[in-house]
Write a protein that binds this ligand. Structure first.
Ligand code: PMP
Length: 451
C-alpha cells in the first residue's frame, strides 16, 4: 500500500513528516538563488563552451553544417546529467514506486520523492506535497480546469485568460466553460505585445472565478507582470493559475513570492525529459479540489460502496507515474541550480541583446512584440519582408539552423497582428553569439533567394 511511499521519513498517522511533504522554509537556503554564485553573492559568468559540452546533440551536424538549435521554446536539449540519471534508474533501480516493500521499490520511491523535494525547493513551495507530477503543462492546466471547474464554476461565471496564451491555456478553459455555461474573458494585448491592464479591475469584478495567464509568452517572448496581476486578482479573492512553461528555464520563479495559487510547467523545456511536468498548487486550494483521475495511488481505501481519497500529492497522481521522468526532471533542476538561474538569465539577456542587434541590421526584418531585451525572455518572433515564415524556416533548415515557423499554438496572437505566423528563434543557455551570426547570415541568404 501507499505507506511505503514514506520510506526513510517516518510519517505520522496525521500525514505529517512524509517524504513528499517535508516543509520548505520560505526563501532561506534556496538553492535556486543560492547556488551557482560566487562567494560574494555576485553573479558568475557562465562558460558557455563548457556548458555546450554537457549536451551531446550540440556537437552534431545537419546537412553537413554544425547544428544551430534555436527551437528551445518547443523543447530544450538534454544534458548528460539528465541522460545519465535516467539511464542509471533503468539500469540499477527500476521498480514500481510506493507499492512494494522490496529494496528496489523503496529505492525508486526514495529517488522519485527526492525529485519532488528538489522541485519544491526550486520553485520555493512551502511544502513538497504541493508539487504534483503530471505529464506536462498541458495536463497541469487541464487538471485545474477540470477539477476547479467541477467544484467552483457555475452558469454565468467566467474565467479570465490573456490574449497571448498558448492553446493549452485557452482550450481547457473553453471546454469547462462550455460544460458549465460559463464564459471565457480575455485581457487584450497592444501592438507592442504587452497586456493592456487598464480594464483589469473592471473585468475582475464581473464574475471572474479564476485568472489564467502565462508568465512568458511562447509566441512573443513578453514577460508579463505576474506579481501585479496576481495581487489584483487576490484583491477580489480570485485565484490565479500561472503558466510558467516559458519562464521556468529563463528566470527565477518563486511561488511564495508571487503568491500564485497554481503554477504549471513542463520538464522538457527545462532541459529535462518529455512526458513529465509539474502542477504546483497551494495546499488550501488543492485540498478543496476533487481528484482528476481515479485509479491506483490516489486512494486510501476502496470498497464497491465507497472510495476514500489519498492525501496530497498522491490524490492527484493516479496510476504508475513516469519514474524515470521524475528522476530526469530532478536531475535537470539540479543542473539548472548548479548554473544558477540568475546567471542563466544574465547570459541569455546578453545574447538576446546581441541577437536583436544583428537581426535588426537585416533589411526588412520585423520583430513581432516588445523590442526591449530586458522585457522579453527566450523568444525572438519575426518576419522578413514578404517572405513566408515557412519558406524562411526551410532555407534556414537547409543550413543546419533549427527554428520554428507558424502560429506556435497561439493562433489568437497571429490574428491580433493580422499575420499568418512568424519565424521563431528561441534561445537557451547553450546558445552563442556565433550562432546568432549564423542565423543572421542564414536569413540574408533566404532574402537573396526569395526576397
Ligand atoms: N504553455 C506555453 C506558454 C507553452 O509554450 C507550451 C509549449 N509550447 C505549453 C503551454 C504546452 O506545453 P506542453 O506541450 O509541454 O504541455
Amino acid at each position: 500500500m501507499h505507506d511505503t511511499a514514506i520510506i526513510g521519513e517516518g510519517r505520522g498517522a496525521n500525514g505529517e513528516g512524509r517524504s513528499a511533504g517535508g516543509d520548505h522554509r520560505s526563501g532561506e537556503g534556496r538553492s535556486t538563488s543560492g547556488e551557482g554564485r560566487s562567494a560574494n553573492g555576485e553573479g558568475r559568468r557562465l562558460d558557455i563552451e563548457e556548458i555546450r559540452r554537457d549536451f551531446p546533440i550540440l556537437g552534431t551536424t545537419v546537412y553537413g553544417y554544425p547544428l544551430v538549435y534555436l527551437d528551445n521554446a518547443a523543447t530544450t536539449q538534454k544534458p548528460l546529467a539528465v541522460l545519465t540519471a535516467m539511464d542509471e534508474y533503468y539500469k540499477t533501480i527500476n521498480a514500481n514506486v510506493h507499492r512494494g516493500v522490496h529494496y528496489l521499490s523503496q529505492r525508486a520511491t526514495d529517488a522519485c520523492e527526492a525529485s519532488r523535494v528538489t522541485v519544491a525547493d526550486f520553485i520555493n513551495a512551502r511544502h513538497a506535497y504541493e508539487v504534483i507530477f503530471t505529464r506536462g503543462t498541458t495536463e497541469s492546466i487541464n487538471l485545474i480546469a477540470a477539477c476547479f471547474g467541477k467544484k467552483f464554476l457555475q452558469e454565468g461565471d467566467s474565467i479570465l485568460v490573456s490574449g497571448m496564451e498558448h492553446h493549452s491555456n485557452i482550450v481547457p478553459w473553453q471546454m469547462i466553460c462550455e460544460e458549465k455555461k460559463a464564459t471565457l474573458k480575455v485581457i487584450p494585448i497592444d501592438e507592442n505585445g504587452e497586456l493592456i491592464l487598464g480594464g483589469l479591475d473592471a473585468m475582475l469584478k464581473s464574475g471572474v472565478k479564476l485568472v489564467a495567464f502565462n508568465y512568458v509568452s511562447n509566441a512573443l517572448g513578453t514577460i508579463n507582470p505576474a506579481k501585479e496581476i496576481i495581487a489584483a486578482a487576490h484583491r477580489y479573492g480570485i485565484p490565479v493559475l500561472l503558466d510558467a512553461a516559458q519562464a521556468i528555464q529563463h528566470m527565477e520563479v518563486d511561488v511564495q513570492d508571487l503568491d500564485v495559487d497554481f503554477l504549471a510547467f513542463s520538464s522538457h523545456k527545462l532541459y529535462g525529459p518529455t512526458g513529465i511536468g509539474i502542477l504546483y498548487g497551494k495546499e488550501e486550494w488543492l485540498n478543496q479540489l476533487p481528484p482528476y483521475q481515479g485509479g491506483g495511488e490516489m486512494i486510501k481505501t476502496v470498497t464497491f460502496e465507497k472510495t476514500t481519497y489519498n492525501d496530497l500529492p498522491f490524490k492527484f497522481e493516479a496510476g504508475t507515474p513516469d519514474m524515470a521522468g521524475m528522476i530526469g526532471l530532478g536531475a535537470a533542476v539540479r543542473y539548472v541550480q548548479e548554473l544558477g538561474l540568475a546567471n542563466i538569465q544574465h547570459a541569455e539577456n546578453e545574447l538576446m541583446t546581441y541577437a536583436l542587434d544583428v537581426l535588426r541590421e537585416i533589411k526588412g526584418f520585423r520583430l513581432i512584440g516588445n523590442g526591449d531585451a530586458e522585457h522579453r525572455a527566450g523568444v525572438i518572433s519575426f518576419l522578413v519582408g514578404n517572405i513566408h515564415p515557412f519558406d524562411m524556416g526551410e532555407i534556414l533548415d537547409q543550413q543546419g539552423i533549427a527554428v520554428r515557423t507558424g502560429h506556435h499554438c497561439a493562433q489568437p496572437i497571429m490574428d491580433r497582428y493580422c499575420i499568418p505566423g512568424t519565424v521563431r528563434a528561441s534561445l537557451a543557455v547553450y546558445n552563442t553569439p556565433a550562432e546568432m551570426d549564423r542565423l543572421a547570415a542564414g536569413i540574408r541568404k533566404a532574402v537573396t533567394l526569395l526576397g
